[in-house]
Structures are given as C-alpha cells and as structure tokens.
Design a binder for this molecule. Structure first.
Ligand SMILES: Cc1ncc(COP(=O)(O)O)c(CN[C@@H](CS)C(=O)O)c1O
Length: 412
C-alpha cells in the first residue's frame, strides 16, 4: 500500500469512531496498547461462536479444529519474526511473561555467582526486575549500559563492559519512553563475540517495523500481541531452538508433560514444554488475525507512515515555547517524548484528556531512565497506522490550551 492509502484504515477500528468528553477520540497512547481492527474483534468472536474447544487432548473434530487454529497462529507468529521453525515460538501472556520465562528457566539453570547480565539504561521494568529476581537467586550481577543525553546507548561503554563474565545482554529494540531504535544487530554481534546471549525486548518494535530474528541473530525475542493490534493476554517468545531445548520447564501442569508419575515426570518437546495448562486459544486466533492485518497493510508502509508522523510531530511540537524533547536519537520509531516547562506531565495528560486527546504521562515503567534524565516523568505521544496529521494538530492545540490555562501564553 502507499502511505496515502494507509490513512483509510482508521475506519477499520470501531473505537476510533467514539467520542471522549464529547470530543473526537484522538488516540495517541499506542505504546501502552493499540486499538483493534474489526477483523481481530470478529476473529475472536467467530472462534467462540464456531470453533471453541480445548486443544491437544480431545479426540473429537472440534478439538482438532481448535488445535489447527492454534497451530496456524504459531506459524503466523513464525512468519512475522521470520523464525527458522514454528517450534521456536512459545506463546506467553505478553512481553513481561516472555522475559520472566527466560530469566526463570535459562537464568536460574545457567547463571552462577559473579556472572554478569548487561541491561541497557533505557529498559522497561519488565526487562529489569525479572533479571534482578534471578540475580538475587543465583549471585549473578547486573550492570547497566549507559544512555547518552540524546537517548542512545553508549556503544563504546558497552564494548568496554563486555567480558568473558558477560552471560546475557538484555536490550529493547525500541525504547517505549524515548522511541530510540537501538542497533540490536551490532549489539548482538558484539555480545556473541564474547560468548554472551542476547534477549531483545521487541514490545515497541513489532508494530512499527519488520523484524527478522534470523537476520538479527538474536537468541530470544519477546513481544506482546496487544501492542500489535491484537488482543491482550497473548504474546510470544522467540527462542533459538537449541537454547529452548536445553532449558528446563518454567511452569508445571497439563500439556507440558510427556508422562507423569509420582516418582518422576517427563516433559513435552519445545515449545509445548513451556506452555502449561489451557492456553489463551482465542487470543492466539485474534493475534493471528492481527498479524495478517498488518502484513496485509505492510509493515514497511506502516514504518514510512509513522516516520512521517514523527517528523510532522517534531516540527509542530517544536514550535511550542517551553517544550523540550526527551530523547533525540538519530533513529526513532513511533514515539515522541517531551516535557513542557511549567506544567507537570500528569497535568498535561489531564488537560489533553478533556480535549479527547489520549497520551501517556509519567515514568512509562522506565524509572531508572527518568532518573538518568533527572525527570519525574515525560509526556509521550505514540503513534499507530491509523493516526493522522490531524491527530497531531489536536495534540498541539491541546498543549497550547494547557499553556493558556497555566498562564504561560505571554511567552512570544
Ligand atoms: C519496551 C516494553 N517492554 C515491555 C513492556 C511490557 O509489555 P506487557 O504487554 O505489559 O507485558 C512494555 C509495555 N509498555 C507499556 C506499558 S508500561 C507502555 O505504555 O510503554 C514495553 O513498552
């Protein structure tokens, strides 16, 4: 599709037709969660209307049909990430659970006292706290890759931190607080050169650009379906097959076993070994529909559309006196973060909400990053394929109204 055609897709998202406080909803909080196209809403509803049954265990047609849908969803995720095999795709509740799975299974079984885990200073709490929990249990040590004033990783410092003690590097593909796109292929190459693994937190990347885990050569890649126009409660972990095969289960129960006795149980193969209990089957069906939708629109088209929005927003917001961008990385995806002198981000968010404009304000679950910038938080506008320049104009109008309400309009 062309970028011009993409704007027509707003009509695919029923919720965008609603008002908030009597104003048109201007939804610019896509980093928190994206809205859902009718195709995703209908896919889940149709599953419950026509196909619902438990998977893997029934001998009846409906159970096999439901299992086929679940397997088709796994193949769709494989195609999204270009993984070598569908058995490298483990369904989880989302990014947080995917990272906890790696920390609990690989971390607890592999990490020894003194081993080092390198995390970037711009990580989301879900790529910090699981590693702190496993470091407490194993004696491993967490070290932080510094972030520059522009919101990029200090690659020279990273190179100097890498050593034979480095066992794993955790890095976000795209920062949810700054929009920075990290040079993950280079980060991975450098980590592998000293024998370390890399987990990439892809929560803010998969909806904004094509991801190829084989080209990146990453060891783990995590994302959430709800940030990719899919349902909440479903996401996925990509893991290199030989790593997943060597990792112990992380949750016990039905489906993840081969045999069970009170003396000893044996476990299913990857990926089922990591999918205990009845999974979110409808969520997988909805995720399948969401990925099909973005693949139809075209991730490269979406990337170009959102890059144009970031550019337009940077120009328009840059005209507002007292507005300071936080994070000016050379490569950004889908997010603009800023502070407005004299108005707390939460007050900005509240005033914008009264105008129907939804943004996020606060620390964005990246408290260490906010501390690094000496801020309590920022205001964040995050874009999706259905956003338009008119949405950004509404944001600018709302910010200027906030300035008037706070008596800041006397600035030139
Ligand atoms: C980079 C990154 N990593 C992990 C997560 C967690 O995703 P879950 O689906 O909640 O598991 C998120 C979710 N960030 C939301 C909620 S804090 C935001 O408004 O930025 C993220 O952006």
């Amino acid at each position: 599709e062309t970028v011009a055609e993409i704007a027509g897709h707003a009509g695919d998202f029923p919720i965008l037709g609603r008002t908030v406080h009597g104003r048109r909803l201007v939804y610019l909080d896509n980093g928190a969660t994206t809205q859902k196209p009718q195709a995703v809403i209908e896919a889940e509803a149709r599953y419950y209307r026509e196909s619902n049954a438990n998977i893997h265990r029934g001998v009846h047609w409906l159970s096999q049909h439901s299992t086929d849908l679940y397997d088709a969803g796994r193949e769709r995720v494989r195609s999204l990430l270009n993984a070598a095999s569908a058995c490298e795709i483990v369904f989880t509740r989302g990014t947080t659970e995917a990272i906890n799975l790696v920390a609990a299974s690989w971390g607890r079984s592999q990490l020894k006292p003194g081993d080092e885990i390198l995390l970037s200073g711009m990580e989301h709490h879900s790529n910090i706290v699981p590693w702190q929990l496993v470091a407490e249990q194993t004696g491993a040590v967490i070290r932080v890759i510094p972030v520059t004033d522009d919101g990029e990783l200090e690659m020279q410092a990273y190179a100097e931190m890498l050593s034979e003690r480095t066992r794993l590097v955790g890095v976000c593909h795209v920062s949810n607080a700054l929009g920075t796109v990290n040079p993950v292929a280079e980060i991975i190459r450098m980590a592998h050169a000293c024998g370390a693994l890399v987990l990439v937190d892809g929560a803010q990347a998969v909806a904004h650009q094509s991801v190829d885990v084989q080209a990146l050569d990453c060891d783990f890649y995590a994302f959430s379906g709800h940030k990719l126009y899919g349902p909440t409660g479903i996401g996925a972990l990509y893991g290199r097959k030989q790593l997943l095969d060597a990792m112990p289960p992380w949750q016990g129960g039905g489906d993840m076993i081969h045999t069970v006795s009170f003396e000893r149980s044996t476990y299913a193969e990857t990926p089922q070994k990591f999918e205990a209990g009845t999974p979110n089957i409808a969520g997988v069906v909805g995720l399948d529909a969401a990925i099909a939708y973005v693949q139809e629109v075209g991730l490269d088209t979406i990337a170009r559309h959102e890059a144009a929005l970031v550019e337009y927003a940077t120009q328009a917001l840059g005209q507002i006196p007292g507005l300071r961008f936080i994070g000016q990385a050379r490569e950004r995806a889908g997010i603009v973060s800023f502070v407005l002198e004299g108005i707390h981000p939460h007050d900005l968010g509240t005033i914008l909400d009264m105008e129907g404009v939804a943004i996020r304000a606060g620390h964005h679950c990246a408290m260490p990053l906010m501390t690094r910038f000496g801020l309590p938080g920022t205001a964040r506008a995050s874009f999706a394929l259905y956003n338009t320049q008119e949405d950004i104009d509404a944001l600018v109008a709302g910010l200027n109204k906030a300035r008037r309400l706070f008596g800041l309009e006397h600035d030139a």
